[in-house]
Design a protein around this ligand. Structure first.
Ligand SMILES: O=P(O)(O)OC[C@H]1O[C@H](O)[C@H](O)[C@@H](O)[C@@H]1O
Length: 296
């Protein structure tokens, strides 16, 4: 049991599990239960701060994807939280092991931060990571630290879940939900009883009730459950053959068989914060093998 600061990373240990967090991006790069890895991390992922980590749980702030909205148009895809080295604030609870990280303009990747409204938005992010025996909980609090200016943002946990075989995998509890399909640039209502994977898939499910647990089911068995608080949107992504072959840090090239991204976020529209206001949200990924079918 405990928390170890190894310099560039922090390791949390509970009686049956461990989580490893890279300070760069405050990216969770590993979560093991009984020695079994739950997150997918590319063998080609850069862990030296030269680029965002391909795998684990990168953090997306203040924009998801690219946006042409005023103030966001110069930012690269997914913003700067994943390219910044966060401050490790230390352990907040001993049992369950819980740690906190912070990011504000002082620590943010200067080059990218300056592209967000000319580096004129004062913010504070607190990320709390709690390792329980059967779940990993990540909580985020975003505060507008400016005394006069309002600003807006997207937030997303870009969670890469590890699976055995994508073609044996289904994602449930999304039928009837509105989604924007990024591959064909169209919005439609999901009509399939479960999402299956036979080609590149990149969809933003919008405004999905947080009562709904998103389950990843492999050969009829639940392998991951994703629960959300205050995160209405869910991105489901698998890059498949061509897209992964074009990502230099995606290794091995057939690694897309072993991963699915379920990304809870607030990305369909922006959250607006007035000076001094805060917003918070949570992702809980847990084990548990009961199939729960929730209709719209
Ligand atoms: O390559 P990255 O910038 O890490 O983005 C990886 C992926 O993130 C999300 O899942 C988006 O929906 C995808 O369109 C994007 O390809």
């Amino acid at each position: 049991m405990g928390v170890e600061d190894l310099g560039d990373k922090v390791v949390l240990t509970s009686s049956n599990s461990t989580a490893t967090i890279l300070k760069y991006g405050a990216t969770i790069i590993s979560w093991e239960i009984e020695g079994v890895e739950q997150l997918w991390l590319s063998e080609g992922a850069k862990l030296d701060g030269s680029k965002p980590v391909r795998g684990g749980i990168p953090l997306v702030f203040p924009v998801f994807g690219k946006s042409n909205e005023t103030g966001f148009e110069n930012l690269p895809q997914h913003g700067f939280a994943r390219n910044s080295t966060w401050e490790f604030l230390g352990q907040t609870t001993e049992n369950p092991p819980t740690v906190q990280f912070a990011l504000s303009p002082e620590q943010a990747n200067e080059e990218i931060y300056s592209k967000w409204d000319n580096g004129d938005n004062d913010f504070t992010l607190f990320l709390t990571i709690q390792l329980n025996n059967d779940n990993l909980t990540t909580s985020i609090e975003v505060t507008n630290s400016d005394s006069i200016k309002s600003w807006k943002f997207n937030w997303l946990f870009h969670t890469y879940l590890k699976i055995n075989e994508i073609e044996d995998t289904l994602v449930n509890n999304l039928p009837g939900e509105l989604c924007y399909d990024q591959i064909i640039a169209e919005t439609y209502k999901e009509s399939h009883p479960a999402i299956d994977f036979h080609q590149e898939l990149d969809r933003i499910y919008q405004n999905v009730s947080t009562d709904k647990i998103i389950q990843v089911i492999e050969l009829g068995k639940v392998v991951h459950n994703v629960q959300r608080e205050n995160l209405p949107d869910i991105v489901v992504w698998n890059p498949w053959i061509e897209k992964s072959s074009n990502m230099g840090d995606f290794q091995p090239k057939d690694g897309y068989h072993k991963m699915v991204c379920i990304e809870p976020g607030h990305v369909n529209d922006f959250v607006e914060l007035k000076p001094g206001q805060s917003w918070s949200a949570k992702q809980i990924i847990y084990k548990g093998d009961v199939i729960k079918l929730q209709s719209i």
